[in-house]
Design a binder for this molecule. Structure first.
Ligand SMILES: [Zn+2]
Length: 154
């Protein structure tokens, strides 16, 4: 897995996250506010079922990105789903790039047409600000879906 994929794909984090493969991944003791007995319970489960409970040594905790089915894909989970997603993206980079360019061009043209069609520059900027807000809202919603709690700044 490349550093670029790690930096871009894993955009959610938490105390413990169940990966799409079913494994419970959890972070280091002491770096998080665990509920009473919660860490000990996970530690015991990891010892009993190491294939299902995965301990991560990571200062940033457990991170995840959204998989192809919408569920969380945990960074460094032994299932290897994140590696499969990166390979999928990279193998199709030319196709994905063409799509992104075509769609961004169409959306930019729609904003420009509105501007040239009589809207004021202020209205055009407001539309762009709405697009940005919408992108941020989608990112927050994805975090809420994956982690089950609101996105909080680090
Ligand atoms: Zn997994």
């Amino acid at each position: 897995m490349t550093p670029e994929f790690r930096a871009i794909f894993f955009n959610a984090g938490g105390l413990q996250i169940e990966c799409v493969c079913g494994r419970t991944n959890f972070g280091e003791r002491g770096r998080w506010d665990w509920d009473e007995g919660e860490y000990e319970r996970l530690e015991a489960l990891a010892e009993e079922k190491p294939d299902q409970y995965v301990y991560h040594v990571d200062a940033d905790g457990v991170r995840a990105g959204e998989g192809l089915t919408g569920g969380p894909v945990v960074e460094d989970c032994p299932c290897g789903e994140a590696e499969r997603i990166e390979t999928f993206w990279w193998d199709r980079a030319a196709t994905i790039t063409s799509y992104l360019k075509a769609r961004a061009k169409r959306e930019a043209e729609a904003v420009a047409a509105q501007y040239l069609g009589g809207s004021s520059a202020l209205e055009a900027l407001q539309d762009l600000a709405k697009l940005k807000d919408e992108a941020e809202r989608r990112s927050r919603d994805a975090h809420q879906r994956l982690i089950g709690e609101p996105l909080t700044p680090r």
